[in-house]
Design a protein around this ligand. Sequence first.
Ligand code: GLN
Length: 243
Amino acid sequence: MADYQLTLAHLYGDLMNTYGDYGNIIALRYYARQIGVTIEDQLVSLGDDFDPKAYDFVLFGGGQDYEETVVAADLQDKAAGLKNYIEADGPLLAVCGGFQLLGHYMEMADGSRVEGIGVMDHYTSNMTAAEVATKKGERLTGDIEIKNNETGEVYHGFENHQGRTFLGKGEKALGTVTKGQGNNGMDQSEGVIYHNVFGSYFHGPIFTRNGNLAKRVLATALSRKYPDVDWSAKLAAVPTESF
Ligand code: GLN
């Protein structure tokens, strides 16, 4: 029996799960199991309350434009709880559509605007001003590679998005693009770090392909709940997988 346990909320896991984003949970569980930690995941979806005190980790996956409109309407009721969770340094992974909806708004491929919850300061346009001027603004699709500026770690993934996201106050990029497009195809930023929120356009899923990031985020979640254990040291002894 494991001595330690994390409870994870899979936010709209039934609607926002592009390219198997659930695999991020499987990856976390894979590393957690090797250090005696169990992870229980709970679906938190339409009409459910989000209790910021009930969770040690939140996954908010990607989705297509239609699903994002459905989720965005419901998400307004969870905004206060999520803000509370994020500002209290709750760890959260937001992928693609989930990343977009934590910001102020996202414009869908057809240009119509969907309100996010603005608990983070980024916004997402469907085209940059230059693209509007040239009437060219293709989807940002393909393999992507970034370098994390603090650790020097290189992360690999696959991106497929129309939205061009621009980071705002207090937000720094998850990494600098070395191959591919990233948040907006313009400023070489990819993803976001804000408190303990990690946002990214990477599918793959990101934790499966980048075990070093999975371990880092897992250590963050465990250290918040069980501060007396050196989780980074425990995880350093576990081999890092990259699939
Ligand atoms: N619908 C959003 C976009 O195209 C997000 C897509 C996704 O989550 N893969 O920008």
